[in-house]
Design a protein around this ligand. Sequence first.
Ligand code: C2O
Ligand code: CU
Ligand code: CU
Length: 486
Amino acid sequence: MKRRQFLTIGGSSLGAVLLSQCVSRSGRQPSPHPGALVQSALPGGKPDLEAHLDAIATEIDLGDTRARLLTYNGQIPGPRLEARPGDRVRIHLTNRLDTPTNLHYHGLRIPPTDRADNIFLRVEPGETFTYDFTLPSTHPAGTFYYHPHLHGFVGEQVFGGLGGIFVVRGDLDAIPEIETAQEEFLFLKDFGVSTAGNPAITTGLMAGREGNLITVNGQVQPQISMAAKGLLRLRLVNASNARFYRLALEGHSFHLIATDGGAIEAPVALSELLLSPGERAEVLVQANQEPGSYRLWRLPYNRGGMGMMGGGMGMMGNSSSARLPTEEPIALATFTYTTAVSPTVLPLPQYLRPIEALPTASVQRQFKLNHGMVPGQGMAFLINGRSFAADRLDTAVRLETVEEWEVRNTGVMDHPFHLHTNPVQVISRNGRSEPYLAWKDTVLIQTGETVRFRVKFADYPGRTVYHCHILDHEELGMMGTIEMQT
Ligand code: C2O
Ligand code: CU
Ligand code: CU
């Protein structure tokens, strides 16, 4: 728990709350040999990670305001879950909401079926469902994200507050420079709540709802003190329904070490970092400036808007609520340190892990993202001209094959394209090749952009989905089904 004791917010002691937010693995057995068939390792045995998640509407303090939010166990964010490759995980989800729900393990490489990452499950109000799965022993270490995923309720439930971090600890965490860094999780989420006499403001469904109050780990502008360690490891999750975060830290650069699917090959220095909804990243920051306080900024970013469509809004909203507000830089958090450490004393790691580039693909597919009128439905968000239908199979793929997908955004808003179960490697954007290899599960496709990525359908048969991770767009139809077939 040492990493948590440095996080103090508004001077009040949050130790007890923060401690209770981390559900760690308990009584862990030594993991099976690498490559062993972990599914059979602990038949019916004691799980390595067991957690209870109660989805419940609760009154929560957000900054100087109190709001009724949707929570897991009364916490924003939900408990942090931690496991290791090879671990057996059991999660008991109790639905105390008045709508049905379920859980999705965003980015985890587990089956999309049965009691694992099955987004077609429906847990009714009052019911408890137990998820039970085993992480493969080859699972990469990284920052993953759990949230509800029942179509028709996702946007509402995520915007209302449901979500949490799922950490897989492994090789990346054992790299000496990273192991000694001070670790902080930043769970970025906005809420539409009234504050100090100002009314709750949210943008419309068509734009994707953004709330007026931005929180980091459920806190408004928290202060994060750095101990005299010199190196900070930030693990960032964009858990917002629709808000993008273009991030920069005053006076410091970010050294990117991991993306959605875990480590990249070597650190990449960045002056800013853009995270669209569903994306995660890990960065190292060197405390090598004058001791002091430095703000983490969310810089303006234009993700487009339905206002650009002119008057034709259809029946889903009016034009004022569909337009995104004019943006100013917003301070999200403040980092403080009292001792500067020379980078020669605490260097960055030189190398993280090898990433094998996926080979040229034997199958190519094209996807076009846009919105449009659908008879009987009004304005909808579409993939290849079609709005989501759970009982229609859109994409059938063969296990063990590599495919190359070309996703083109011909609409007026950016769309983060997310694929479940198997991570992808972006090859190019508008014909320009990506500067470094990385595993991604959520790929931003900007307005007018054509992005090519490769994916290997490696592990699991079964049906799941790909969709826009502006969850209101997913709800309005921008989702397709995929089946991995043997
Ligand atoms: Cu994070 Cu299908 O979603
Ligand atoms: Cu997902
Ligand atoms: Cu979208």
